[in-house]
Structure formats: C-alpha cells, structure tokens
Write a new protein. Structure first.
Length: 188
C-alpha cells in the first residue's frame, strides 16, 4: 500500500535495510517478499549490523530510479578506494546463508535476554522481541547502575524504557552476565 501510494504520486519508495536479515528471519520470509514484491524501489542494504566491517550498499531494485543514481556514489564521496575488498564481505554475507545464521543467532539472543529477565520484579517489557531488540521499562535507577558495565540507549526516558540490541556476535555468556547485572540492580 505504501509503494502504491508513493508511485501514484510519482515518488520512489526507499527501505532502510539495516536489520533486514533480522526481519526476514523473524517473519520466515525471503527478502523479495518485502522488497521487490512489495514495490520497494531503493534498498539500503546493511552489512555492519550483521557481521561486516563498514560494508553497506544501496541497491536499486526498480527501473523507476533515474539513471543518474549510478553517479551519486562517486559524487557524494561514497566510493571507497579498493571497493572490491569491502564488497567481498557483502558477497560472503548475502551470497551464502551467513546472513540468515547471523540474524537467527542475534534474534535468539534477544529471546534469551527476554526470558532471563521475565521474572525480575519491576522489569516490564513493552513488546515481545520478534527480532534482535528488547524493549523494557526498568525501575528507577536500574539503567544507570547497569550502564556502569554495559552501554545501551534509553528509548523513552519519560517512562524509563530502554532498548537492548543483540547482534551476530552476542554470546550466551554476554546475555547471562547482562541479565545478572539487571537482576541484581533491580533487586538491590
């Protein structure tokens, strides 16, 4: 519906795909279902949040995109010297099932974190983690105590909601030690 709305008005639809692998795994669908099949014209395909180092791509999926798009990369200083070395990471990531394995792992770590904190007094979850993020409301002062050891963002300061993101390299030990800190801080 968004693509139709944009296209009827002569606009293009861009999808930010920084966590596209996590969404695809969580939904159990191929990329095409919510990109080309849904009418997306341009996709920002992330690599760094799924295991690559500095590898990001803009993927043109539609012939509605003007030909000048191919020149923007160099004009806007986004053309790295030896780009083939950066691009090799994307080939390794998306040319195999590595993207799926990494996303499956990070989503599982978010589920593990949610389960580890399910019974902690005063910790409330604002939504079930469907991908690699956990959103929780913490008792007063808990976030500050935990942040002495781990960095994370406040999502909504007004209600003390935080955002915890798990990644391809988050380990079970990371989750367990983080959950222990939250539990200790909440029950202190």
């Amino acid at each position: 519906a968004l693509a139709d709305h944009a296209h009827e008005r002569g606009m293009l639809l861009h999808l930010d795909g920084a966590r596209l692998p996590n969404a695809a795994v969580a939904l159990g669908v191929p990329f095409a279902e919510f990109t080309t099949d849904a009418g997306v014209d341009i996709l920002s395909l992330g690599g760094t949040k799924n295991g690559a180092m500095g590898a990001e791509a803009v993927v043109v999926l539609s012939d509605r995109v003007p030909d000048g798009m191919k020149y923007l990369r160099k004009l806007n200083m986004q053309l790295a010297s030896k780009m083939r070395f950066i691009s090799a990471q994307l080939i390794a990531l998306y040319g195999t099932d590595l993207w799926k394995r990494n996303a499956t792992h990070s989503n599982a770590m978010a589920a593990r974190l949610r389960a580890a904190l399910a019974d902690v007094p005063g910790v409330e979850f604002t939504q079930e983690p469907r991908a690699n993020g956990v959103f929780a409301v913490l008792p007063e002062g808990v976030a500050d105590r935990v942040r002495e050891h781990f960095f994370f963002y406040d999502w909504d300061e007004a209600i003390r909601e935080v955002r915890w993101m798990c990644s391809f390299d988050t380990t079970e030990e990371d989750i367990d030690s983080f959950a222990k800190l939250v539990r200790d801080a909440a029950t202190a």
